[in-house]
Design a protein around this ligand. Sequence first.
Ligand code: ADP
Length: 436
Amino acid sequence: MKETLKLLVVDDDEVDRMAIRRALTEGGVQMELSEVSDSNDAFSALNTTAYDCIFLDYRLPLQDGLTLIKQLRSSEIKVPLVILTDRGDEEIAVQLIKAGATDYLSKSRISPENLTQVLRSAIRIYRAEMQAALAQEELIIKIQQLEKQQQQIQMQNFKLLETSQLKSHFLATMSHELRTPMNAIIGFSQILLRPKFAQLTHQQADMVERILNNGKHLLMLLNEVLDFSKLEVGRLDLKAEKFDLSKIINLAVGEMRSLADAKNLSLLVQTNLQNPLVFNDPVRIKQILLNLLSNAIKFTESGEIWVELQELPANRLVIIVRDTGIGIASRDFKRIFEAFRQVDQTITRKYPGTGLGLAIVDSLVRMMGGKIFLESKLGIGSMFKIELPRQIALTNVATEARIALDDNGIFYSAKNPHQSFCQARQTPIGYPKFKI
Ligand code: ADP
């Protein structure tokens, strides 16, 4: 030990003190040694000076060593403490170590080697204990900080949830409130366009027609927002009944035909159903198809749009909508099913829309216990494939499902993504135009 150590010897016997001093000197310890003969003086010395180690005689005239140790611990004085015992005091020494002493040495064994060794190990043990205590304190502080952060995160989550609920409520209220005047605009425009009701000039009729068409478009957007907000809070119910699926599909295609014609796109329907009867919500099935078809028409500049209806094993059906449009990059497969997400989110984007259509389709399909598959390639086209049970179970709720992307980049949405994908693989559907 190269450093100069501040040491204190507490012993009422002058001869013993001298023996310790000599042993330490002969042991080569560099030190500033203080000596006191009773526990009161020891306590005062320890209160004013920071010692590196104390050698304490167990048997002192006023108090024994144990009382002094307890006194030191309760006054939070921390110092390595070596007890000097008489022969046969080993049991007492163990008690003292339990009370807080660092080590002990029998006076009969005092020698330069023994004393320096005990001194070194007492200081080493004490420093290690101090470091461990410091680390523990730091750990406690870190745990407290983490707990505080956790509380803050919980608070933020709570606020986020509250904000999200407010947003849903706002969307639902606003879209509901706006629908009433919008219906009035549509209704009065329709009345104005009746030949018997008003004698409009050609130009006036043209203007009213525009009001009507824009009104209908706005109403469609409002309905989308309203549906979405209802789906978000789980307030949209399916009204299931038995109906002919091919009829609904043809009805939806019929409604979209004029839009496809306006862009010179062929709109083809192919239904291969032995039994077209299903138990589902016809309004929502039509809504799903209208959403997919309007996207297919919107994002296709030339070519065709196909709608296919096929039967699958295990009483399931598949509705396929394919187009030869702009396509979707695989990195966007998952994103486009999220609410308000569009591949092009710039204000100057070419294609209009709320970005809610696919989010609504996704939620509805999941409520119906179905799955959506998407295959697409940029510049070639897209295929949305919707698998549905022939008869839906109304207990299916949207929150049970998950959205995922399989290893081949094919998007699917299902209760158990792995299982659904395996099932899908067993029933491949031909997609001749392109493959990812
Ligand atoms: P919107 O059509 O109102 O933008 P959707 O949720 O229906 O919202 O679609 C989200 C996005 O997915 C679209 O903005 C578009 O980028 C992409 N998308 C959807 N369908 C097609 C399609 N058939 N071809 C190319 N892109 C599509």
